[in-house]
Ligand binder design. Structure first.
Ligand code: 5GP
Length: 120
């Protein structure tokens, strides 16, 4: 998979497609997933073009990396889920079943997100 400038998140970043933005900082945009898999389901994406977590880990600046974590903190505070918690995941490549070729973290919360060690 390679970066495709016409992916939907690139269009959202360019203002060519709409999204329900809940937070942004200099390097990061956070918006609601169009097909939420939890009561709260926010996508957290870098504003620069990074294909996946490997590309970002290898090539992003320290400030961009810090600002991803700043966004996690802000979203958790915004939804007041510091105590109840959340799940944050990123899908990478074919085996990770990544569908949109622009790095994104899924933050899911607002109820039990299910066990990752049992089939329930
Ligand atoms: P992936 O499988 O790549 O990790 O997740 C892609 C996510 O993007 C899915 O949860 C999907 O619902 C979401 N998504 C796909 N198209 C759009 C869109 O146009 N707008 C928003 N807000 N989310 C989208």
């Amino acid at each position: 998979m390679s970066y495709d400038k016409n992916n939907i998140f690139a269009k959202i970043l360019r203002g060519e497609a709409k999204a329900e933005v809940v937070y942004e900082n200099k390097d990061v945009l956070c918006f609601k997933d169009i097909l939420p898999k939890a009561k709260i389901h926010v996508l957290i994406i870098p504003k620069r073009e990074y294909l996946d977590i490997y590309d970002f880990s290898k090539n992003a600046t320290d400030i961009e990396k810090q600002n991803i974590f700043e966004a996690f903190e802000s979203i958790i505070s915004f939804y007041k889920i510091q105590k109840s918690g959340c799940r944050i995941i990123t899908n990478h490549g074919v085996d990770g079943r990544q569908e949109v070729p622009h790095l994104h973290f899924h933050l899911m919360a607002g109820g039990d997100t299910g066990s990752m060690t049992k089939n329930s």
